[in-house]
Design a protein around this ligand. Structure first.
Ligand code: AMP
Ligand code: GLY
Length: 414
């Protein structure tokens, strides 16, 4: 099977490693890819917003399966164009990708499917916004309805700030603040059957102790030793299966990765958000732990054949730590040389924002590398990831030192 993977981040590097490891994958192409992926797959430069270029590349290479990494091409309808040309795609249609592209759409589906989530108001006028803000106490949660590259959500105690953000959005969802640990739980769907993965947790704030601005994600780990033992079954029954049934009933079946961002509150699980694609950096811990051959799995999903599929996982734990460029997330600086990342056993170094120049490998994005350690438990996985990242030099770069720290302490106490 010839596969084309679309995207260029750490998530795609991890997916690429997983796809390549499946003997069913005979050729792996990536568009546009990155220098890490180029070590084992053929990269093709193109803009991921260019649907026609992606279609032409897939046709020219006689691709059997396209796997779409990021949300932008999905919301842009790339899956529809590829499917119309008879190519199997892992990734939802433009209509189904609205689950991530519009917060209001996601709320409507959840309401109709009976999926537990925060109470909310969708507003377009200042009067509606004021009523919604008054209906909930601080902290206020204000979400831009549209895709906003991680900048759409403001959580604040300051009513003025909440109002200002709401007024800056065309349409805005204002909702109840949920208290409790956050969990990412992904399901792989063929449109009618959805197969849950094991949960992961990511760290969204830039600095230790969950301080600083929101980012795309500074690290992640899996499994979660502290999570309720029925979390996978419970999320499947109450969230993933009803969402897939509702999407199918509406004539917009969801084929691809349904990412449920959950809050485990005192009143039970509530959905914070859905994404229409693999999470980054959760993918960088889940793929190294997944034993089920990835290319075959995603092909089954893309062709409606997931029924009866269950996933096999390693008994190990994985911890990933993101090395971020100076100035990330507001204004990351690129162009600095990276050294010290040689191959280490039980460590995977995924490229996220790098380029190759005459000076060697240099930074070219906010999140530069993602370093995953694998071990018998979180403590060992953590130690391996942190030992590896401490050997890497990149001027001005930083990383969080507390990824999976509390979970690894809790695990020891068990
Ligand atoms: P999102 O862009 O939807 O992932 O939101 C970013 C972050 O905002 C989430 O990871 C949460 O930490 C926080 N957040 C979003 N919605 C809520 C909510 N209803 N209650 C508490 N925190 C929230
Ligand atoms: N890990 C957060 C995201 O992928 O949106």
């Amino acid at each position: 099977m010839k596969i084309l993977l679309v995207g260029s981040g750490g998530r795609e590097h991890a997916l690429g490693v997983g796809l390549q490891a499946d003997p069913a994958c005979t050729e792996l192409h990536v568009a546009p890819g990155n220098p890490g992926i180029a070590q084992f797959a053929q990269c093709h430069p193109l803009a991921i917003t260019d649907n026609q270029a992606i279609l032409e590349l897939a046709q020219r290479l006689h691709i059997d399966l396209v796997v779409v990494g990021p949300e932008v091409p999905l919301v842009n309808g790339v899956a529809d164009i590829l499917r119309a040309a008879g190519i199997a795609v892992f990734g939802p249609s433009k209509a189904a990708a609205q689950i991530e592209g519009s917060k209001n759409f996601a709320k409507e589906i959840m309401r109709d499917a009976g999926v537990p989530t925060a109470h909310s108001f969708t507003c377009t006028t200042q009067a509606e916004i004021e009523i919604a803000l008054d209906a909930f106490d601080a902290p206020y949660v204000v979400k831009d309805d549209g895709l906003a590259a991680g900048k759409g959500v403001v959580v604040t105690n300051d009513r003025q700030e909440a109002l200002a953000h709401a007024l800056a959005c065309k349409r805005v969802v204002i909702e109840e603040y949920l208290t409790g640990p956050e969990v990412s739980l992904f399901g792989i769907s063929d449109g009618t059957t959805i197969v849950p993965m094991q949960p992961a947790q990511d760290f969204k704030r830039a600095f230790d102790g969950d301080e600083g601005p929101n980012t795309g994600g500074m690290g992640a780990y899996s499994p979660l030793p502290w999570a309720p033992s029925d979390i996978i079954d419970d999320t499947y029954t109450r969230v993933l299966a009803p969402m897939i049934a509702e999407m199918a009933a509406r004539g917009t079946p969801f084929v691809g990765l349904l990412y449920a961002g959950l809050a485990l509150t005192d009143h039970g699980t509530r959905v914070i958000e859905f994404n229409a694609r693999f999470g980054d950096p959760e993918t960088q811990v889940l793929i190294p732990l997944l034993k089920t051959p990835l290319a075959t799995l995603l092909y089954k999903a893309a062709t409606g054949n997931l029924e009866g599929t269950t996933l096999d996982w390693k008994d190990d734990s994985a911890v990933t730590v993101v090395l971020a460029a100076e100035g990330y997330p507001a204004a990351p600086k690129g162009g600095a040389v990276i050294t010290g990342f040689s191959a280490i056993e039980n460590v995977q170094i995924y490229h996220a924002g790098t380029s190759v120049t005459e000076q060697g490998v240099v930074s070219s994005g906010g999140r530069v590398l993602t370093i995953t350690g694998i071990g018998e438990d979180l403590t060992e996985a953590r130690n391996r990831a942190y030992r590896a990242i401490s050997q890497i030099s990149l001027a001005g770069s930083f990383y969080r030192t507390d990824i999976a720290l509390n979970a690894s302490v809790a695990e020891k106490g068990n």
